[in-house]
Design a protein around this ligand. Structure first.
Ligand code: SAM
Length: 286
């Protein structure tokens, strides 16, 4: 256990500073003040952040802090803190650490005993959630879903029973495919796309997953996808004979029983060992 009294000690601090997600008027006076007062700003993309700093006449030295150099960069930030210099961490937009780098450096800084202090600002996830019209709590922020089909299915099979409203980040070129893949896994739930938040072309598309998937348009810009939680989170009743038929069909197509079980486990989100027991009639699938 360690208590951090953020403003009542002489330790140096790592400030986690949220920056605007589009509209520069959402830069807070406190964020500007902190970014001016620290010795160094660690940024995901120094060229991007340089523009922000220029706009607000902030002349603090910038260093780069990418996901792929996070370990080394964390060591550099620790050295700065050790030498008595305060550091701020920013990402390109919104909060650092939220689908952005920073977690490793926070771990390292806390481990070393320095302060970690958040500075509030814009959040795409929360803006999208509160204006979505869907239940606002409880909610689950997921961020970006995995890109491979197998991991995508696994993630959604885990999420499908959750009653919480689900918040996803997604790239515009992948959203149509994501919506189409979600429907068989989650059912046709209410869903909202919140696009270009705080910017000139901000829009909300409120409907169901299938209505959004059927839209005949290319989505552009940045977007958040909000999906209704499971309103009836009872344990699913598994139809054993149907599961066994699916396993048998794979076996008939020429693959081994264990491969077939693995395949059906992956598709259905059911436990591989339960399926094995069910297939061999030694137990139940639950
Ligand atoms: N750190 C950021 C935060 O606090 O939200 C998220 C960074 S993540 C790399 C970028 C994703 O955030 C985008 O692909 C999009 O899903 C979401 N996003 C960021 N700005 C947005 C905006 N103005 N409107 C809608 N979504 C936005």
């Amino acid at each position: 256990m360690r208590r951090q009294k953020s403003f009542q000690n002489d330790l140096t601090s790592l400030y986690l500073v949220a920056t605007p997600i589009g509209n520069l008027s959402e830069m807070t006076p406190r964020a500007i003040e902190v970014l001016k007062s620290v010795s160094v700003i660690a940024a995901e993309d120094t060229r991007n952040t340089q523009k922000l700093l220029q706009h607000f006449q902030i002349e603090t030295r910038l260093i780069s802090h990418h996901a792929y150099n996070e370990k080394e960069s964390a060591q550099g930030i620790l050295k700065l803190l050790e030498s008595g210099q305060n550091v701020a961490l920013v990402s390109d937009a919104g909060y650092p650490l939220i689908s952005d780098p920073g977690y490793m450096v926070v771990q390292a800084v806390l481990q070393a005993g320095y302060n970690v202090i958040p500075v509030s600002g814009s959040s795409a996830a929360l803006n999208a959630l509160i204006a979505s019209g869907l239940v606002t709590q409880p909610f689950l922020f997921y961020g970006f879903l995995p890109s491979t089909d197998k991991d995508f299915r696994q993630a959604l099979n885990q999420l499908k029973a959750y009653p919480m409203t689900l918040i996803f980040y997604e790239a515009p070129h992948r959203i149509k495919k994501t919506l189409a893949k979600m429907i068989p896994l989650l059912g046709d739930r209410k869903a909202v796309i919140a696009r270009e938040l705080t910017k000139k072309f901000e829009e909300f598309l409120r409907g169901t997953l299938s209505e959004l998937a059927e839209l005949d348009e290319e989505f552009k810009g940045e977007l958040v996808l909000i999906v209704e939680g499971n309103g009836d989170p009872k344990p699913e009743v598994v139809d054993l004979s149907e599961i066994n038929e699916r396993i048998q069909a794979y076996i008939d197509s020429g693959i081994s029983a264990s491969q077939a079980i693995r395949q059906v486990a992956e598709e259905s989100g059911l436990n591989k060992h339960d399926l094995y027991n069910a297939y061999h009639k030694t137990g139940d699938v639950s």
